[in-house]
Design a protein around this ligand. Structure first.
Ligand code: HEM
Length: 492
């Protein structure tokens, strides 16, 4: 009895101390608008359910918040988030609040301090070092690789002509994996001809466990997670992916060292297209092997599924908007005539209709639906000052379909929204598939070039037919529940 009372006493003291340490937070929260909140559990009930229900819940809650016109609070367990749809406030958050929210911590087990998740003090210097590797001139060197891999994709798709509908994402993601591995590490993975390797299986397993953790509250505390079989499976698979990248780095370093100090001892630079790793080695940027691995893993993870998803959504949308598909096809005909050559930088620059189609697709299907940051110092927004240590959630997926911003036809596909005259007066935060501010997507130029190259390659060879996309789900990023189903007809 005495022991029980003592434990109870300790727990009460601990709880009171915990509440006292968060007094400021509770006081701040009391002053905020709320919608959809329940006593004790706050908004946690909105975040329970499978990936489809979850996305619908997030959308409904976000729309309710948008309707209030105020900055609102959302309590998920013990974490407080402010959520705003005021475009000036969104801009303030994304431009001045650069620390990722603690919900990204599950990715840290895998990506360590890679650029995507790095704490802001490290991120600042590492982003500066990595930016030149993503400048337009470097990226444009990869256009030939995009074209060659796109050709392989088209050859693989020939088998599907005139047959039943199929999930085109499976094909596009293999092609994108080949591209991101070749451009980031110089590794020819041949995923398109061999999509089922132990490394890729390990990657898939880690992603699915991290996704599960993100949205299942009971798996979030380490003590509980470590009791499940998922913990050992995650470790085993993360180790396998790390081993793969570590080996590539070691191999490249050895080759680079041999090359750099050739038998005469003179220094030389290797000619030809240079992958990210090679550029980093040549510039003698002092990343440790672990830092190199964390950045390369971040790039291959952030750059693959996102881009493959957008390409697949474009194909679905064009498949059920035949007039727009014909317009894009005519544009490609005017650029390539009957030539089968792969797209050059000049060709990609001429694809203006296709560019508008891609932009409108990323508005309707915002593959990174939520961005979450954490305040490290006070942040003054339009109607409140957010104290340090609070999460700020931005929901581009809902903003991109907001009738207030895009008009009553916000849900309709209309690439003309991106004609220059229609973009001129738009708020910079009305449209932000790549986020905005200093921590926006470092790979956006890469993404645009590769998407144009692959899509144009497919559309020059095939006519796409498809039904509308159907329900969506959130698995870190935005997927259709039934896949990206399309049918193909050969172009004459
Ligand atoms: C259509 C394709 C893509 C979309 C929609 C996209 C979207 C985004 C978004 C929204 C962010 C910010 C996320 C946040 O703040 O939570 C981001 C960050 C990032 N993206 Fe992309 N991305 C795409 C392609 C790529 C590619 C091709 C690469 C690399 C080759 C890449 C590498 C990164 C990296 C490294 C970051 C972290 C940047 C930082 O924190 O400084 N992304 N991306």
């Amino acid at each position: 009895m005495f022991v029980l009372t003592l434990i109870l006493f300790i727990l009460v003291v601990y709880y009171l101390k915990y509440r006292r340490s968060r007094k400021l937070l509770y006081k701040f929260s009391e002053g905020l608008h709320s919608t959809g909140e329940l006593p004790i559990i706050g908004h946690t009930h909105w975040f329970i359910g499978g990936p489809e229900k979850l996305l619908n819940n997030i959308r409904s809650l976000a729309e309710r918040i948008d309707d209030t016109g105020s900055i609102c609070k959302v309590w998920i367990g013990t974490s407080l988030y402010v959520v705003t749809f005021n475009l000036d406030d969104v801009q303030l958050v994304l431009e001045s609040c650069l620390e990722k929210d603690s919900s990204y911590k599950f990715l840290r087990a895998w990506l360590g301090n890679g650029l995507f998740v790095a704490p802001v003090h490290l991120w600042k210097s590492h982003r500066r070092l990595l930016l030149p590797v993503f400048n337009n001139r470097v990226i444009e060197d990869y256009i030939e690789i995009f074209g060659k891999q796109g050709d392989i994709l088209v050859k693989r798709l020939q088998d599907r002509v005139g047959k039943n509908q199929f999930n085109v994402y499976e094909y596009v993601t293999s092609c994108m994996l080949d591209i991101v591995f070749e451009t980031s590490m110089g590794e020819k993975m041949h995923v398109q001809s061999n999509p089922d390797t132990p490394y890729l299986r390990a990657r898939k397993a880690v992603m699915s466990i991290i996704n599960m953790r993100l949205f299942k509250a009971w798996l979030q505390p380490d003590v509980l997670f470590n009791l499940t079989r998922h913990a050992s499976s995650q470790k085993e698979n993360i180790d396998a992916t790390h081993k793969f990248t570590d080996e590539v780095i070691m191999k490249k370093k050895t080759v680079y060292d041999k090359f750099k100090y050739n038998i005469n001892g003179s220094e030389e630079e290797k000619e030809g297209t240079k992958d990210t790793l090679q550029i980093l080695l040549e510039r003698e940027i002092n990343f440790s092997n672990i830092e190199l691995r964390e950045h390369l893993d971040s790039l291959t993870i952030a750059g693959n599924d996102t881009t493959a998803l957008v390409i697949s959504y474009v194909l679905i949308l064009l498949g059920n908007h035949p007039d727009t598909q014909e317009e894009v096809y005519m544009e490609l005909k005017s650029i390539f005539g009957n030539s089968k050559r792969i797209p050059t930088k000049e060709d990609l620059g001429k694809m203006e209709t296709l560019e508008r189609v891609i932009k409108e697709t990323m508005r309707l299907y915002t593959v990174v639906p939520i961005i979450a940051r954490k305040t490290l110092t006070e942040l003054k927004l339009s109607t409140c000052t957010v104290p340090a240590g609070v999460g700020c959630a931005i929901v581009p997926f809902v903003m991109h379909r907001s009738k207030k911003i895009w008009g009553s036809d916000a849900d309709n596909f209309n690439p003309d929204r991106f004609l220059p005259e229609n973009c001129a007066t738009r708020h910079p935060c009305a449209y932000m598939p790549f986020s905005i501010g200093p921590r926006n997507c470092i790979g956006r130029h890469f993404a645009f070039l590769v998407m144009k190259s692959i899509i144009s390659n497919i559309l020059r060879s095939f006519k796409i037919i498809s039904e509308p996309c159907g329900p969506l789900k959130i698995e870190i990023i935005l997927f259709p529940v039934c896949g990206h189903l399309i049918c193909l007809e050969r172009r004459s």
